[in-house]
Design a protein around this ligand. Structure first.
Ligand SMILES: NC(=O)c1ccc[n+]([C@@H]2O[C@H](COP(=O)([O-])OP(=O)(O)OC[C@H]3O[C@@H](n4cnc5c(N)ncnc54)[C@H](O)[C@@H]3O)[C@@H](O)[C@H]2O)c1
Length: 371
């Protein structure tokens, strides 16, 4: 097992990564509990596959548990299921000193983390991330929240979990498309700050998707180490943490343009396309060599991932509309769009200094190659 601490003073916690953690979850969680009872929130897919194992693991330590099972999918991350969750937790009589457990992907982790943040002005919660995306990214760092009609993740809170249990084994049941979507966030770490990790992914990506446990363990642990380091240095995104948004300004516009319809675009797929666009933009602005965007695209293609706008089924709005959607992003400061660009693979930086026309032309060209 790898243990990655997230050192945040009084809010320090561990991310434990390994095989079989779900079966040991009761013993892992028990030291946090003041009474042997937890409320678990999960989604329908994950409940069918993994809730019995978690419930048995909790029961083995004498911990009773109840679960709320929400519908699976991004549409769950909104006001309706959020208020349902908060009210269910209140009905369960969850108290200030209790622990709420989020069992699922990033949708469940974000929504349940936010519910825990506001319930009785904040209760502790444990993340048991079951998707690759959630294990390498969303379960770590304390960003919680929901989507609204105005855009993605616009309502939320910083609320750190008390413990994260990432069981590599549960990834076996993840549908291949969801696994690859999570891989978009894994690649992001190499691209933003660790070129040696990107080299490793070029060599080991296929084994990782094929199910190689050692490769999965390493990729998750390395990703979590990178995220933990960044979060420790900049918990509330005053600076460096923004690097984690590489590809995300494009991604959020595309997710909004496809109405969060997972059949068309998953979050990590949008991140992959966004990373390819960010590297293309960097090259056009003379910041990095042509070789960099080509390498990014080649690796994503080799992995069977979406790379271009024409990989998204259905119609997309024009470049102006996409740019307007980007302006709705949280990363707007004083009306100026901030971008994460790169000087090369593993060397990203934040800038507000991107001419609007350069982005418009990039998007027009990207849309044109769709035709
Ligand atoms: N808080 C953060 O820092 C942060 C970072 C990145 C992404 N996110 C958010 O994460 C969300 C995306 O997360 P996601 O890709 O995990 O989506 P998700 O939670 O919808 O999970 C994807 C699909 O996989 C299923 N699933 C999950 N684990 C499974 C398993 N082990 N076996 C079988 N099926 C399983 C889910 O039911 C769902 O259908 C987005 O809302 C995004 O905004 C948050």
């Amino acid at each position: 097992m790898d243990v990655v601490p997230v050192a945040l003073g009084a809010r320090t916690y561990e991310v434990r990564i390994g095989q079989g953690l779900l079966a040991r979850a009761g013993a892992e969680i028990a030291p946090l509990l003041r009474r042997k009872r937890v409320a678990v929130v999960t989604d329908a897919h994950v409940a069918a596959l993994h809730w019995p194992a978690l419930q048995a693991a909790l029961a083995a330590e004498g911990i009773t548990s109840e679960a709320l099972v929400l519908p699976a999918g991004e549409a769950t991350k909104g006001w309706a299921q959020f208020s349902r969750t908060v009210e269910w937790l209140l009905d369960q009589k969850v108290e200030r000193r209790d622990v709420v457990v989020a069992l699922g992907g990033g949708v469940i982790g974000d929504l349940v983390g936010f519910a825990a943040a506001v319930l009785r002005r904040g209760v502790r919660f444990v993340q048991i991330p079951t998707s690759l995306l959630a294990q390498v990214d969303s379960s770590v760092g304390g960003k919680t929240g929901i989507n609204t009609a105005q855009g993605k993740n616009l309502v939320g809170a910083f609320h750190q979990p008390s413990l994260v249990l990432a069981d590599i084994g549960v990834l076996d049941s993840l549908p291949p498309r969801d696994f690859l979507s999570g891989y978009g966030e894994v690649v992001k770490y190499g691209l933003l700050g660790d070129s040696a990790f990107f080299d490793w992914l070029e060599r080991n990506g296929p084994a990782l998707t094929a199910g190689d446990k050692a490769a999965r363990q390493y990729a998750v642990a390395r990703s979590v180490q990178m995220k933990a380091g960044i979060v420790e240095r900049d918990e509330t995104e005053e600076g460096e943490r923004a690097l984690l948004n590489l590809g995300h300004t494009f991604c959020h516009a595309l997710e909004s343009a496809t109405e969060y319809d997972g059949a068309r675009l998953l979050h990590g797929e949008g991140v992959a396309i966004g990373c390819a666009l960010a590297f293309e933009l960097s090259q056009r602005l003379g910041l990095c060599a042509q070789e960099a965007p080509s390498r990014v695209r080649t690796h994503l293609r080799d992995m069977g991932m979406k790379v271009d706008l024409h990989d998204i089924p259905g119609d997309l709005p024009g470049a102006e509309t996409l740019l307007d959607l980007m302006a709705q992003d949280k990363k707007v400061v004083d009306g100026a769009l901030r971008f994460i660009l790169a000087r090369g693979i593993g060397d990203a930086f934040v800038t507000a200094d991107v001419p609007r026309d350069a982005v418009l032309t990039l998007l027009r060209d990207a849309l044109e190659t769709r035709a």
